[in-house]
Design a protein around this ligand. Structure first.
Ligand SMILES: Nc1nc2c(c(=O)[nH]1)N[C@H]1C(S)=C(S)[C@@H](COP(=O)(O)O)O[C@H]1N2
Ligand SMILES: [Mo]
Length: 221
């Protein structure tokens, strides 16, 4: 009995000392930190390394030569940009995570393009404007509030990971709204309309949440 206790004691000591050694060596540490990691993935999501394509299945026939962007509605200075006008605007880069409502998340996407804040400076929305309606070349629409559109990390992106955005991912130019589920990030952006009324878009009238905060799991209405 006392021998057994001794043996157990020895095994425990050994386990403890190897654990201590692991701790000293930092074994099993990913470098990400468990806390940071669980804070990064919204509830019900899983991380993917690829970048899935999701849309209505209509690939619009546009390219950098034919693409135009209209920015109008309740603004003082409506705009109509072709691709070279767009590229002549001040450019920003941003890194953000994608959270798709179908449950995949993709970390660390490097975007380049023109910030929504710059667009707002250019067009000067009227005081009555409260919402922004996004219209795309495939007929898709989506809606966000003016204040969400004005988030510092919202941009009209032409590049992803240092290369021009492919047509399947919304090139030549798509919207990126990192704080919301990805359905708010309109591909093939055609028109940005400032409005005094909220106007639910394609998915919002088909049961998706009107906002879509992944941290609140605002998936469906
Ligand atoms: N024009 C347009 N934009 C769109 C969509 C679409 O069908 N048409 N689908 C939305 C949805 S539901 C998602 S999840 C993302 C997918 O973008 P991706 O194909 O680049 O991953 O685009 C969003 N923007
Ligand atoms: Mo989606």
């Amino acid at each position: 009995m006392s021998d057994d206790k001794n043996l157990l004691g020895q095994i425990k000591d050994k386990l403890l000392s190897s654990k201590r050694k692991w701790a000293e060596e930092g074994r099993l540490l990913t470098g990400r930190g468990d806390k940071a990691r669980s804070n990064r993935l919204p509830p019900g999501q899983r991380e993917v390394k690829n970048w899935p394509v999701l849309d209505l299945g209509i690939k619009p026939d546009i390219n950098a030569t034919t693409w135009r962007l209209e920015i109008d509605g309740l603004v003082d200075k409506p705009l109509n940009w072709d691709f070279s006008d767009f590229m002549a605007q001040p450019q920003i880069e941003d890194v953000s995570d994608i959270h798709c409502v179908t449950s995949w998340s993709r970390y660390e996407n490097h975007w380049a393009g023109v910030s929504a804040l710059h667009v707002l400076e250019m067009v000067q929305p009227k005081a009555q404007a409260t919402h922004v309606i996004l219209h795309s070349y495939d007929g898709y629409t989506t809606n966000i509030t003016l204040s969400n559109f004005a988030d510092h990390d919202v941009l009209l992106a032409h590049s992803w990971e240092g290369a021009p955005l492919t047509l399947e991912h919304g090139g030549p130019v798509r919207l990126v709204v990192p704080q919301w589920y990805f359905w708010k990030s309109a591909k093939w952006i055609k028109r940005i309309e400032f409005s005094a009324q909220d106007r639910p878009g394609f998915w919002e009238v088909r049961g998706y949440h009107n906002e879509g905060d992944p941290w609140e799991e605002q998936r469906y209405s």
